[in-house]
Ligand binder design. Sequence first.
Ligand SMILES: CCCCCCCC/C=C\C/C=C/C(=O)SCCNC(=O)CCNC(=O)[C@H](O)C(C)(C)COP(=O)(O)OP(=O)(O)OC[C@H]1O[C@@H](n2cnc3c(N)ncnc32)[C@H](O)[C@@H]1OP(=O)(O)O
Length: 690
Amino acid sequence: MAMYSRLPGSVALITLQNPPVNALSAAVRQGIVDTVQRALKDPKVTSVVICGQNGKFCGGADIREFAGPMLGPPLVPMIHAIEAVDKPVAAAIEGVALGGGLELALGCHYRIAHSKALLGLPEVTLGLLPGAGGSQRLPRLIGLTAALDLITTGRHISAAEALKLGILDQVTDNNVVDQAVEFVRRVAGQPLDSRRLSTLPCPCPPDVDSLLDKAMVKGMEKERDLLTTLFNSGQARALQYAFFSQRVVGKWSLPSGASWDNSAARTISKAAVIGLGTMGRGIVVALALTGISVVAVETQEKQLAEASQAVPAMLQREAGRRSLATPPGVISFSSNLQDVSEVELVIEAVFEDMSLKLQVFRHLTSVCRPGTLLCSNTSGLDIDQLAAVTQSPGLVVGMHFFAPAHVMKLLEVVYGPRSSPEAVATAMQLGKRMGKVSVAVGNCPGFVGNRMLKPYLEQANFLLEEGATPQQVDEALEEFGFPMGVFRMSDLSGLDVGWRIRKEAGLTGPGVESTRTRQGRRYSPLPDQVCEAGRLGQKTGRGWYQYDGPGGRVARSDPWVHIFLEAYRAEHGLVARSIAPEEILERCLYALINEGFNILQDAMAAGPEDIDAIYVFGYGWPRHHGGPMFHAGQVGLGRILERLQHHHHNHPDVPHLKPSTLLRRLVAVGSPPVQTWREFINKERVHSQL
Ligand SMILES: CCCCCCCC/C=C\C/C=C/C(=O)SCCNC(=O)CCNC(=O)[C@H](O)C(C)(C)COP(=O)(O)OP(=O)(O)OC[C@H]1O[C@@H](n2cnc3c(N)ncnc32)[C@H](O)[C@@H]1OP(=O)(O)O
């Protein structure tokens, strides 16, 4: 909707009304068309101001409408009509003017913004382009180079930058509507031709002028054609889905019925971090950046000394990069666990070893004051086991950060059967304050992200046994869009991490026979043997690739690996075959997706959006493929099922390839769209079909 009011004197005020961001839904567009007409017809009105209610000008086109047929007045003629009005029209921009919101403002003759407003054309992040005249008006206003930067990056800019670029006519710290009203009163009666951006020539460097002249004349048409192509592309659908899945995960719910809207979070102002290795240091910085005071504890003196040098430098660097709303929290360093007694929340980030973590939790429960939340940054150990050694198991949750913890966007908040809604709500809210995408996940080995990674890694190793090279596997995955293939990623993370976990699980180590079947299923000892050869990845300068020494970053093919793989195959009587990239993708990705279905079936994730957000924000899943579960829907569930059946038939000793019951059920009911799976799963559960 858009509300029309006549202000004392001769100014008409049009207020966009569509909470929470006044997106340009069909009703809003209709409202704008009607109210602009009304202002035009009213002879007493000499000028017009357009603003948005509740401190937000406009968040752009209503993305929710993209999924269905376009109804209501189209955006492009609506903005053209505003530009053509012969009374001055000003946009009063507060909060945000993004996408179609900024395009609407560019159609107005003047733009006045509050100093805290953010402006931008983020369409590219949704797989679109500024298709409501933005690609044409912005370059005409600020020149080709600056406009291209904004359009191709989609970045949000401050009002100060927008003023400098020439997008805004005025910036104010006061009431922006009052300022805009005063402004249009002042300019009423002045000629408007030079303010109609779509009619102006584009200020280009002289050499490109002639080249672009023709293109500019046809610009609006070209914009429409390109937008139509993009609008119907799978990438745009995936990016729009990713936008919403990021928001859906904030509205968490647990199988117990506790959820974001019925659970109160505590606001944390003082926290502690135990263990100042790489993860612990990043967590300290992430907390301090939100203004929380942190007690950083490390019992090893050498590590403590290093951390107390490194952490303040990290904090300073990060604070310099962001414009912080509040000053960073104070960090105090200590080697004494007793010093955490006054904090409200503790995050344990010691070495990934259950007996060590149990020791820390026993200690914490005795030194912390009652009511302190105890969190573990474990990447897959049993939260319930940790909770069991504390006096208040309800106050224990997992907070699984991803390295580097002050940079990576993902946080898995792990609830155990005894975690209280308050503890989950507090960890989720704390994650949000740290700027993370926090996803609530159930307590199972590896939680969601690492649980799905297991079959993915496993298939990659099997492919090496069957004839592929690490490069071939990585190239297929990188071609799909991952920033790094599985072997490059393993070298970066350190091969000893998985090795230790496999040893703890009794899959390898002294006394375990070097066969290719362990615990009744196919097993590849390849990664264990690489570790046994002292090759632990980038940190040792050798892993699946070779590097320019320990800590090197550039991966090069290593003849040692090829000789090793040949010898391994010969030892086990395996005949190498040529493996196509399609098979690599199917085996790795479909095994991972299948585990995603198992996770949904086990209620370890509330819906496919949770899994997809985890993979996009934590594991480098290409955003333009939406996430593994969205991708499954795009490929077709029937196809995924058929290929899993095929691969499982060929490898019956690999349980991860056995199609999940949920996948079969979804195919049986006609492969409904991913947005409906959550409801389907809940119904199936009620009827005990899962
Ligand atoms: C075949 C040819 C077809 C032609 C069709 C022509 C169509 C026109 C095409 C192109 C022109 C214009 C395109 C666009 O404008 S695309 C949209 C561009 N805008 C954006 O990308 C902004 C997206 N939003 C944000 O970045 C943020 O939401 C924010 C900065 C505005 C506010 O952030 P914050 O305060 O953190 O709140 P949330 O992100 O949590 O959002 C709150 C709430 O609002 C919903 N929401 C936000 N923006 C939109 C939107 N543009 N449309 C619909 N809904 C939106 C968001 O989903 C949250 O909802 P909730 O989870 O239900 O609470």
